[in-house]
Write a protein that binds this ligand. Structure first.
Ligand code: SF4
Length: 292
């Protein structure tokens, strides 16, 4: 297989213009002045998620203070915090009738006052969604908040149904792929949330240059941190400026990784070429909840 060419199984359909549900989600997002990670990260599941009436809300703007080499979110000076955003997210969840809402953000290392790092906007958004839509379940996909426990507690104390933080890749590749992040810090964030009794989730990408032993070590590290759900999917290069794909994994390799997780850990695996952190999020939460 040509490693630089996108295999057919990773090609997804573009939404058709007559897809009413898709257009409706898009219009409601625009009306409420909201960003979704579905657009920012050029997620391959956008069509499927929008069409089924779900979206992952990207709060705190669409520019990030970090520079992960795989990420399509733009890396410029971030704008101020939009005070209306928490209410707008809640309105949108309400209008779309979302029963399982995923809230994520860019990393805001610039918000240093009051141990914030973006946690205050997460707190306000969770509270607004709960106020307007008390039956909606909430998953947060948070940055590391620089490991600041006051910032983490602000979110953890609200007990979202799922606390998600992506480890993204193996330890060896951090200096290349996540220059401004720290592998141990991410593991500690996950463990901290788990020790506080939450359902904890993480995810990583395949295809950045890792080998199978390194993948297994990563899974075992995540298991030690106590995570409950793990998403594993193929990295797709967003543009020529981003890290290149070192390998497209075959279906049998996904099965092998899934098998390893099932045999060696209690983690619920979501392992598939197009698996992203919000992919089948409701099903994964439901499954873990049922067995806990
Ligand atoms: S911290 Fe997150 S949003 Fe920012 S560049 Fe890295 S992956 Fe992208």
């Amino acid at each position: 297989m040509n490693k630089t060419r996108l295999p057919d199984y990773l090609k997804t359909k573009l939404p058709s213009l007559d897809n009413i549900r898709f257009k409706n989600v898009k219009n409601i997002l625009i009306k409420n002045n909201l960003n979704t990670v579905c657009d920012g990260a050029r997620c391959p599941n956008k069509c499927e998620c929008y069409s089924s009436g779900t979206a992952t809300f990207l709060i705190l703007g669409k520019t990030c203070t970090r520079n992960c080499a795989f990420c399509n979110i733009s890396q410029k000076t971030p704008l101020g915090v939009d005070e209306n955003e928490p209410k707008n997210v809640a309105n949108c969840v309400n209008e779309l009738g979302i029963k399982y809402c995923v809230i994520t953000s860019v990393t805001r290392d610039d918000l240093k006052n009051n141990h914030d790092f973006g946690s205050i906007q997460f707190k306000n958004t969770i509270n607004e969604v709960r106020y307007l839509c008390p039956d909606t379940k909430i998953e947060v996909l948070v940055p590391d908040f620089k490991g600041d426990k006051i910032a983490l507690d602000r979110v953890i104390d609200l007990k979202p149904e799922v606390f998600n933080h992506n480890i993204e890749t193996i330890k060896r590749l951090y200096p290349i792929a996540r220059q401004m992040a720290d592998y141990e810090c991410s593991l500690n964030v996950l463990k901290y949330a788990k020790d506080k009794g939450l359902i904890v989730k993480s995810g990583f990408m395949l295809g950045l240059g890792e080998n199978l032993d390194e993948i297994y070590d990563l899974i075992l590290d995540l298991n030690k941190a106590g995570i409950d759900i793990l998403t594993v999917g193929q990295y797709i290069q967003p543009s020529k400026k981003h890290l290149e794909v070192k390998k497209y994994y075959k279906q049998e390799e996904y099965l092998q990784i899934e098998e390893f997780i099932k045999k060696n850990t209690d983690i619920f695996p979501v392992v598939a070429p197009l698996a992203r952190s919000s992919y089948k999020a409701f099903e994964a939460w439901e499954n873990v909840k049922l067995h806990s």
